[in-house]
Design a protein around this ligand. Structure first.
Ligand SMILES: [Zn+2]
Ligand SMILES: [Zn+2]
Length: 402
């Protein structure tokens, strides 16, 4: 492993920063303390910063000693989750019901260390933007920063992301060429029928029967209409209707989620769900209000950038520590919005199998979003070194390479 030397020496400081953020988690768009900490540290290292992008986002601007018009972006996320932490170690959350259970504390600390090193060395040509985004956990902080002019105010040729992954050995990475995380979409269907006495169904139009038929028919979109090599999940998670044993209700509401790895799959599923809902309800003398909300698009790594990340990682940790065949995740990721605007790649860094867990951890080992989760401080210098190597090498590469 060829870590960037000064960064290795910052391990304890990085862990302190990480644990401080972990102890003070903040929810989407409320990352005031975290953003202030980030901006103050960047400024203390001589890095000009822009605060308040996408509400609480921060961008640091690091210029190389050699002037140049090229630029790249490195992105970390800062928000925590609305859940109660089960861990009882010293750096456990001090805010009841809020927890860094996705490791964004670690992502922030790694990018900070990389920024500090890059600002000290400035041994590159062009500009490196370090992007600390808010509200990754379901509230589109990346999109908010883009809408706020991220890529116009800070033009960059490519943007890169990284997420820790529990269950993958510390010291390893996974890189996907193409889909890495799924799209996340929700739907709500209100079926309007006509209520009646349950003993006289002929006098009403039963919305419950329509809901049952829709639930079954929707699955045929996945099994009969979608390309079987383009995976998708359609889950109906709620059906609400009725209030008495002997009353046919007026209406029924269905809600659920759709996950896909391609935009084509979402287009098809939304279109067919709408048609099936409308026409089936019509056939049953009911009507349907159909709402389909596209939250996060699929996270699709760009091939050239994925290959470039692999190249950088091969030199950093060796080919045997870079998994290029790991299955993508059905979870979703806000960085998807950035990859729709710019070429880039989002890699996973192994958080270990739980060896870092010690006294004060809850039950575990565990996955992200578990109340016993904790970021593995051991990988901080590795993640920071990856950022440094990635950015420097990208800017040193001929612009049309790849
Ligand atoms: Zn998460
Ligand atoms: Zn996350």
């Amino acid at each position: 492993m060829k870590l960037v030397e000064p960064i290795v020496g910052w391990q304890a400081e990085m862990a302190d920063i990480r644990r401080d953020i972990h102890a003070h988690p903040e929810l989407a768009y409320e990352e005031v303390r975290t953003a202030d900490l980030v901006a103050r540290l960047l400024e203390s290292w001589g890095i000009p910063t822009h605060r308040g992008m996408g509400v609480t986002g921060v961008v640091g601007i690091i210029k190389g000693l050699t002037p140049g018009t090229r630029a790249v972006g490195l992105r970390a996320d800062m928000d925590a989750l609305p859940m109660q932490e089960a861990n009882t170690f010293a750096h456990a959350s001090k805010h009841a019901g809020v927890m860094h259970a996705c490791g964004h504390d670690g992502h922030t600390a790694m990018l900070l260390a990389a920024a500090r090193y890059l600002a000290q060395s400035r041994d590159f040509a062009g500009t490196i933007y370090v992007i600390f985004q808010p509200a990754e956990e379901g509230f589109s902080g990346a999109k908010k920063m883009i809408d706020d002019g991220l890529f116009e105010r800070f033009p960059m040729e490519a943007v890169f992301g990284m997420h820790n992954w529990p269950g993958m050995k510390a010291g390893t990475f996974a890189v996907h060429d193409g889909p890495v995380m799924a799209s996340s979409n929700t739907f709500e269907i209100t079926i309007r029928g006509k209520g009646a006495h349950a003993a006289m169904p002929n006098l009403g139009h039963d919305p419950v029967m329509a809901a049952v038929q829709l639930a079954q028919a929707f699955q045929t979109i996945i099994t009969r209409e979608l390309d079987p090599l383009d995976p998708a999940v359609l889950s109906i998670t709620q059906i609400h209707s009725g209030s008495a044993d002997n009353v046919i209700p007026d209406d029924a509401v269905m809600r659920g989620t759709v996950r896909t790895f391609s935009d084509q799959a979402i287009d098809l599923i939304e279109k067919r769900m709408r048609e099936i809902a409308t026409l089936t309800c019509q056939a049953l003398n009911c009507s349907a209000d159909f709402i389909f909300d596209r939250r996060y698009p699929p996270t699709l790594n760009h091939s050239d950038e994925a290959a470039f990340c692999v190249e950088v990682l091969h030199d950093l940790v060796g080919p045997s520590a870079v998994d290029q065949t790991r299955a993508p995740s059905m979870g979703a990721e806000d960085f998807a919005f950035m990859l729709k605007e710019k070429p880039g790649c989002y890699v996973w860094i192994g958080n270990g199998d739980g060896d870092h867990r010690s006294h004060g951890h809850g039950l575990g080992p565990c996955m992200l979003h578990n109340s016993s989760y904790d970021f593995n401080d051991e990988v901080l210098p590795l993640g920071a070194s990856y950022w440094v190597e990635l950015a420097r090498r990208r800017l040193a590469r001929p612009p049309d390479a790849g």
